[in-house]
Design a protein around this ligand. Structure first.
Ligand SMILES: [Zn+2]
Ligand SMILES: [Zn+2]
Length: 158
């Protein structure tokens, strides 16, 4: 018997799509539980955030979706992102410049940022919980969270 040759790259993409579907459905459920009305535009912004690994700004999302949703404005996108943030679905990344970037929260990951073009890339590393515990213990602060960013030149800029 000849076994079919499995294109592992293709399988990877299918897997990613299935994950995205599952994450999307769960996110919609989360929003419904908080009593939020699910509009087509809201769905589109949510879906964009799940699919994107680019940490988009509200403006990026608006530009990508505006041809499909002519009634959409940057304000609509921003309000949706704020709502998703309140629900814990997205994180707002502010780095002191004008426009915030948004990141869909899947699991704990850290960011490496290109100091030339500003691109932000995810990488996975176990959460540094010990640092939080130590900081809380030695300062008697009630620790809520921490941020860690690595800087360097991305493959395109180096
Ligand atoms: Zn770069
Ligand atoms: Zn990220």
């Amino acid at each position: 018997m000849i076994l079919p040759v499995v294109n592992s790259k293709k399988v990877g993409i299918v897997m990613k799509m299935m994950d995205a579907d599952k994450i999307y459905n769960e996110s919609i459920e989360t929003l419904k539980e908080t009593g939020v009305r699910i509009t087509p535009q809201r769905k589109a912004v949510l879906n964009y955030m799940i699919q994107s690994d680019e940490h988009p700004t509200a403006d990026d999302i608006f530009k990508a979706l505006s041809s499909e949703y002519p009634n959409m404005s940057v304000a609509t996108v921003y309000n949706n992102l704020k709502l998703f943030k309140e629900t814990g679905l997205v994180k707002e990344l502010t780095y002191g410049d004008a426009s915030s970037r948004f990141d869909f929260v899947t699991d704990t990951h850290y960011h490496i940022i290109c100091s030339e073009c500003g691109k932000i890339t995810d990488f996975h590393y176990p959460g540094l919980n010990e640092v939080e515990q130590l900081a809380g213990a030695v300062t008697e602060y009630d620790v809520s969270h921490h941020r860690l960013e690595i800087y360097g030149l991305c493959p395109d800029c180096r």
